[in-house]
Design a protein around this ligand. Structure first.
Ligand code: SAM
Length: 325
């Protein structure tokens, strides 16, 4: 399956729930958010049908995200079913890691291949502030457990937020000196939920790179091709890698092959644009499998190029948890 610009579409990200057990300052507003009633969200059988259709159309990689995917009821069974869909070769998950320690073993046994874990600082007090209550020790225990049960290569995602953790990038990058992990620094994107913190100005990947180099020495480039969203580097002699994801300062739309399925069953054509195709309504109205496949393919073909914002534009109105980051 390709879109109108010839970009191959092999990667589907699925938001398993719009709920999360953390409320990160750059993702969820302080007062929390109102959630859709569970009945309005994709149920397991509906989700599996859409994964089967996606796979028939050429999708090979699934990333489970959210909200916090680990809090979805029946997750282990759902992973087992996704893994066994013909054509799906890789199933990964992006998680905040709070519940990873007890769940890593069962998820690995169900066939999950890898995890990306979001950690914005190693400082327990700052972590509590950024996540509004999370404990970084629990997350690190989860990462260790994930590594023990083979959910690697482990990637750590850090959103760099001015006034919160821009001084922490070097200590996060230093994890790659001791672990074969990829620590990826992500430019903060302007979602509606930010309300207030975006005014401090985005920390660009270049600024992050300069901070890491000032503390730890020159970064050696490994892969700057842009075939993945991150450009990767390493510290001399380090077993791990450092990735810079510059969604805002250097958008990688030309090489983006990602489709997103929101928790309420809409195919989202670009993370940073509002274009979506509702798949849940026709599915519940009794559309046939062939009709659903045609809808999916036609929507995917329409994928736009170029995100709908620049650094000064108004925020995307939707919440990240619903879309799936
Ligand atoms: N709860 C899971 C987690 O924390 O990884 C999965 C969902 S979360 C929305 C997925 C990723 O999106 C996380 O790495 C998070 O840091 C990132 N994210 C959330 N809001 C963001 C924003 N405004 N800009 C950039 N990344 C963001």
């Amino acid at each position: 399956m390709r879109d109108q610009y010839g970009r191959p579409l092999r990667d589907l990200r699925i938001s398993l729930t719009d709920r999360c057990n953390l409320r990160c300052v750059y993702c969820v507003p302080e007062q929390g958010i109102s959630h859709r009633p569970p009945a309005e969200l994709l149920q397991d059988d509906e989700l599996i049908l859409l994964v089967e259709i996606a796979a028939e159309l050429g999708v090979e990689k699934i990333r489970l995200t959210g909200g916090e995917p680990i809090i979805r009821a029946g997750l282990v069974d759902l992973v087992r079913r996704i893994v066994s869909v013909a054509g799906i070769q890789d199933v990964a998950m992006t998680t905040n890691g709070i519940l990873l320690e007890p769940m890593a073993g069962p998820l690995a046994a169900a066939g999950l291949n890898r995890v990306n874990v979001s950690i914005d600082t190693l400082d327990p007090e700052k972590f509590r502030r950024i996540t509004r209550g999370g404990q970084v020790e629990r997350v690190l225990a989860g990462v260790q457990r994930a590594e023990e049960v083979g959910l690697g290569p482990i990637k750590i995602n850090s959103v760099v937020v001015r006034g919160h953790n821009e001084d922490d990038v070097a200590s996060l990058a230093a994890l790659t000196l001791d672990h074969p992990w990829e620590v990826r620094f992500i430019e903060m994107m302007p979602f509606a939920s930010l309300a207030g913190i975006e005014g401090a100005g985005m920390v660009t990947s270049e600024e992050t790179r300069a901070r890491i180099e000032a503390a730890l020495g020159r970064l050696e480039p490994l892969d700057l091709s842009g075939s993945a969203p991150s450009r990767t580097y390493c510290l001399p002699g380090a077993p791990g890698r450092i990735g810079l994801i510059s969604s805002m300062s250097e958008p990688f739309c030309a090489r983006c092959g990602r489709l997103r399925l929101t928790s309420d069953g809409r195919l989202r054509l670009c993370l940073l644009r509002e274009d979506e195709e509702d798949l849940l309504a026709p599915l519940r109205a009794g559309a046939s499998r062939d009709q659903m496949k045609a809808l999916f393919e036609a929507a995917a073909y329409r994928r736009p190029v170029g995100q709908a914002l620049d650094q000064n534009a108004s925020p995307v109105s939707c919440l990240m948890g619903r879309i799936g980051g």
